[in-house]
Design a protein around this ligand. Sequence first.
Ligand code: HEC
Length: 131
Amino acid sequence: MRNQSSPPALPPARLLQALGLCLALTGCGERTTQAAVKGGDPVQGQRLMAQYQCTACHAIPDVPGAAGNFGPPLEGFGRRSYIAGGIPNTPDALTRWLDNPQSMKPGTPMPDLGVSPGEARHMAAYLATLR
Ligand code: HEC
C-alpha cells in the first residue's frame, strides 16, 4: 500500500549526510560513531515516521506532525549511547526497538506500532543521521 502524500523533502545538508557525501565545507562533517544501518534508507525512514505518527509522542527533526512530548525528543539520536536509558544504541538494537519495544524493555510505555523489521531498519537509518 502506498502512502498518497509525497514524502517531505530532506534539507540538503541532511540528504548529503544521509548519502555519506558530507564534506567539511557543508558544515555537517562530524565523524559518525554509530555504524551505518545496513539496508536502511534514511529517506524512506523519514517518510515512515510521519506515516506512523511517531511525532504524536516524539519531537523528531524534519519529520512533520504535531510534536508530542509523551516520549523523549529524538534530536541528536545518532549520537546517543543508549536507547531508553540502558540499551546500547547499535543499528540492530535500534531496529529491534522500533519493531518491538516490549521485547527490548518489558513494561516500556513505548507501544508496538506494528512496524515491520524492514520499515524499522529505514527508520533506524534516519535516526542515525540525527547528530
Ligand atoms: C504513544 C507514544 C509513542 C509513540 C507513538 C512512539 N513512541 Fe517512541 N517512545 C515513547 C516513550 C514513552 C519512550 C521512552 C521509553 C522508555 O524509556 O522506556 C519512547 C522511546 C523511543 C526511543 C528511544 C528514545 C531515547 O531517548 O532513548 C526511540 C528511538 C523511539 N521511541 C522512536 C519512535 C519511533 C520511530 C516511533 C514511530 C514508529 C515511536 N517512537 C512512536 C513513546 C512513543
